[in-house]
Ligand binder design. Structure first.
Ligand SMILES: [Zn+2]
Length: 115
């Protein structure tokens, strides 16, 4: 996890983290960008060792194993660099670094724009 701190600066510093109801999360970054995350997509992107093979980096979690109805039960800030979610399916081992969250957001936007 040593690369978690690699990218620094306003693009990976959240200014505001807001839960939008039970099933979405909004992060306003220090550089002004606003990212909206839907709970099912965020849960499917869980980076923990149960969801991603640590050695190959391959995703073990099947998208269909996560309900579209999934909700965010709780959010905790880990150190100064990450968020930990507790999901309504009781999964809670994922540590989402701010860098990873920012990447997810940029990927979402990029794929949305291409279509
Ligand atoms: Zn996980």
């Amino acid at each position: 996890m040593s690369d978690a701190m690699e990218r620094r600066g306003p693009a990976v510093e959240p200014r505001e983290i807001m839960q939008e109801g039970e099933a979405a999360l909004r992060i306003t970054w220090a550089d002004g960008r606003i990212c909206l995350y839907e709970a099912p997509a965020l849960r499917r992107a869980c980076p923990c060792a149960q969801c991603v093979n640590e050695w190959t980096g391959q995703r073990v979690l099947k998208p269909e194993a996560v309900s579209d109805e999934i909700q965010i039960a709780d959010i905790a800030i880990v150190g100064r660099y990450a968020l930990n979610f507790v999901w309504s399916d009781r999964h809670e081992t994922g540590i989402y670094s701010f860098r990873y969250l920012r990447e997810l957001c940029e990927q979402q936007e990029a794929s949305g724009r291409e279509e």
